[in-house]
Write a protein that binds this ligand. Structure first.
Ligand code: ATP
Ligand code: MG
Length: 331
């Protein structure tokens, strides 16, 4: 029996390089070895986009296109839409009792997001409890592994706590111990040098960016503001082209030599931007091409989502039935 992967993304915008190195690469690599479910978390996206459901709706198909573009194979992976699997929300309701408000308040990712989104005293209850819904997504598939970026680690811990509590209370062992799998880069910085490339921070390079958009973004990358003349010695730390070379340039020896040169002085930012542009263009070009190919046949993409959702729903319904039996909610 193959082990199980559950992972996904919020359709709040198209996917970017952070998603790629944080999670998508692993999904492509592991899809033949695992039984993989990939969820488009539209209901979770609504917990902070509830005023603009159209935005979320539009992005569901965009995210599906991104999946296909990076090489998630619908024959090997099950791609599905969260809101169309109502069993997930039933599970969420039962799991909600197994988590305290205080525990949710301590969740570092949630805390960060509440601060970032400036929610303060107006946190929607739905947003506040989304970690429980995320746990339900993972447990509904009895997942063993969740390929995610670093910011999701606390969600996985929370999931395991809920599963353990469920097992303890209802004297059963239906869920598997869940592990997070962080990609080659758990937290890719944005082109502005800020801590995390993110759809909502406007600092992302999208997997579907045109060569022109990519070029503009590379040119806008944050460098060393004190490195005014080529001869000036420069600082490598926080220098975005270097951060990206560290992640994407296969020739680490050359990158180290370039860093030395930059620190010494005599190396211009233009040279580094040109190098990273070439590397990123080579990485993105085949994705862009595949994306365009699939975009010509949206009927096929919709069919992938429809059949994936149907398959996912069957699995979630089975788990829900196990859960209800364990709790004795059977009439
Ligand atoms: P939003 O700003 O709407 O929250 P996001 O860019 O953070 O969007 P999510 O859909 O929340 O994207 O995250 C999907 C997955 O991608 C998660 O596993 C997350 O950890 C990972 N991820 C997102 N951004 C990065 C990043 N910059 N580096 C590494 N992984 C990332
Ligand atoms: Mg996020």
């Amino acid at each position: 029996m193959k082990k199980i992967i559950l992972t996904g993304d919020r359709p709040t915008g198209p996917l970017h390089l952070g998603h790629y190195v944080g999670s998508l690469q692993n999904r492509v690599k592991l899809q033949s070895e695992y039984n993989q479910y990939v969820l488009i978390a539209d209901a979770q996206a609504l917990t902070d986009y509830y005023e603009n459901p159209e935005h979320v709706r539009k992005n569901v198909e965009q995210v599906a296109l991104d999946y296909l573009a990076v090489g998630i194979d619908p024959k090997q992976s099950t791609i599905f839409i969260q809101s169309q699997v109502p069993e997930l929300f039933e599970l969420t309701f039962y799991f909600m009792n197994l988590v305290t408000v205080a525990r949710l308040e301590r969740n570092p990712t949630l805390k960060d997001e509440i601060r970032q989104k400036n929610m303060k005293d107006s946190i929607p209850a739905g947003f506040f409890t989304y970690p429980v819904s995320q746990a339900a997504d993972i447990l509904a598939f009895k997942a063993d592994l969740v390929p995610v970026g670093e910011d999701q680690q606390p969600m996985i811990e929370q999931t395991n706590e809920i599963a353990r509590r469920f097992h303890h209370l209802y004297k059963t062992e239906i869920f598997h111990d869940v592990k997070a799998m962080i990609g080659t880069t758990g937290r890719l910085t944005g082109i502005d040098g800020k801590a995390k490339m993110s759809k909502s921070l406007g600092n992302a390079i999208y997997l579907g960016d045109t060569p022109n958009e990519l070029k503009k973004k590379v040119n806008a990358m944050y460098t060393d503001p004190n490195h005014l003349k080529v001869e000036d010695p420069g600082t490598v730390e926080g220098h975005v082209p270097f951060t990206f070379l560290d992640v994407f340039d296969p020739n680490k020896t050359e990158v180290e030599a370039l860093k030395e040169h930059y620190r010494r002085g005599g190396l211009g930012d233009g040279v580094l931007k040109k190098r990273i542009l070439e590397i990123l263009e080579a990485e993105i070009a085949p994705m862009r091409q595949r994306r365009e190919q699939y975009a010509k046949d949206m009927g096929y993409v919709k069919e992938i989502l429809r059949s994936g959702t149907e398959a996912a729903r069957n699995v979630a319904a089975q788990t829900l039935s196990d859960v209800k039996k364990a709790m004795g909610i059977v009439y």
